[in-house]
Structure formats: C-alpha cells, structure tokens
Design a protein around this ligand. Sequence first.
Ligand code: ADP
Length: 259
Amino acid sequence: MKNEAPYYHIVGKEVDVFEHAFKNKLPMLLKGPTGTGKSRFIEYMAYQSDKKLITISCHEETSSTDLIGRYIIKGAETIWLDGPLTKAVKEGAIIYLDEIAEARPDVIVAIHSLTDHRRELFIDKLGETVKAHEDFMLIASFNPGYQRGFKELKPSTRQRFIALSFEYPEAKIEIEILINETGIDIADAKKLVNIATKIRNLTELGLAETVSTRLLVDAAKLIHSGLPKRLSVDVAVVEPLSDDIEVVAALKDLCHLMI
Ligand code: ADP
C-alpha cells in the first residue's frame, strides 16, 4: 500500500518547473535557507510522480565512494556494493543531494557526467560506465548563506543545474502550513508568523540565519501539545537562533510582547 501523501503547500511555480525539468532530463538545484520546504517539496514531488526518492544529507566527509559504492569483505570474498547514487542511476530513482556544497569536491566531479547530455556515471573502481535510467533525476540543494560560514558552489558547477529559489512563504501561506502541520489554532498561528516576520526584518542583529518555517512548525507543535506559548517560542524560535546572551534576551522580550 502507498504511504500517505506528504503535506506540501505549493508556494509558486515550483511544481511546473519540476515537471518540465523531469521531462527534459535537467538536473535541479534548490537554493535557499534551511527550513524553507526544499526537502518536503521533493518528497511531495516524488510521491506525486510515483518515483522512489533517495536522499543523501551531505556533510564534509561525504565522498564519491559513499555515493557510488565500494568493495566490502564478506567472509572470504570481496563483493561490490552499489552506493545510493549508482542505485538511483540504475533504478531510475530521484536522488536528492541535500546541502551538496558541504560534500567533498570529488562528489562534484563524480556527478559531472550525470548532469550533462551524457547522463552516465563512471564507476572508477570497476572501470565501468553506467547509462542513467530514463527516469533518473538528480536534485541538489544549496544554502547560499548570504551572511557567513557557508560553503560556496563553483559557478561551473552551478551552471550544470537549473535553479529554483526557496524563500519564506508569504504570511497567509505560512499560517496555513502551521495549521496543517500541527493543528494549532489560527490565532496562535498568526501570532507565530507575525513574530517570524518581525525577526526576519531585524537584519541589524547579525543572525547567521533567521526564523525558518521549520522553527515555527516546532513552536506550533509545542504550543499545540500544551507547553506555555512564551516558553514554546523561547525554546523553538529564539534559543536556536543565537547564543549571544543579549541578543537572546532582546528577542525573548520582543516575542513576549507578541504572544
Ligand atoms: P529544507 O529542506 O528547506 O531545510 P524542509 O523541507 O525540511 O526544509 O522544511 C522544514 C519544515 O517546514 C517541514 O518539515 C514542514 O513542516 C515545513 N514546511 C516548510 N515549507 C513548507 C511547505 N511549503 N509546505 C508544507 N510544509 C512546509
């Protein structure tokens, strides 16, 4: 039996872009800060198009071997094990490389031939080239991190993808997301979104990242389960944003006026 459809509120033209990218076999880069619905969107699209989704959360140790595969020793034998990318290429799945810029440079090299007209994967350890299945699709996400501390993606890599930006949704949509995701009532959902809007406009605080929809969903979950509202906002919204005592105190004061 098919799992339940993931809840995703369409924000713009992203579904059309995805469908045309798929039809034209173009890889896609989802740009935007953390918690803006990139992963949820891909889960939703995979579900809607009845495709298998393989997600890899890239980190600084993620190497091409992790993605392509490796030999393992089993008893007296060495056997080859396909990695998730090889599996996706062969089976025609969607591979989602979350935070691709975090991965080691050899990952970018490994996906090159998959991101152009060749659509093939070279498995260096086997000396084999695998042609991608018709339905194979490569999606990556990238957090441009305008402020600091995030790794960059080289222009030559970026130009291998069509790119779609994810931002915080407009207030009306964000309120709906909170209600749908958590069951919180509309009055509290509105207050949370007002808080987020206010903090997002406080650029002078120098926050590396501001309030994401994810943080609001967390706050809404806590409120809905009965934790006092201000405490919920303190622990789900304010504390994750900063470790600076003065900034945290100022944000808490601000939020307490609003909920
Ligand atoms: P990202 O991959 O951009 O870091 P996620 O897709 O994990 O972000 O989104 C974080 C959370 O925010 C989701 O678990 C979901 O609760 C909520 N969310 C954000 N945008 C949407 C949306 N458009 N529709 C439904 N839920 C959303």
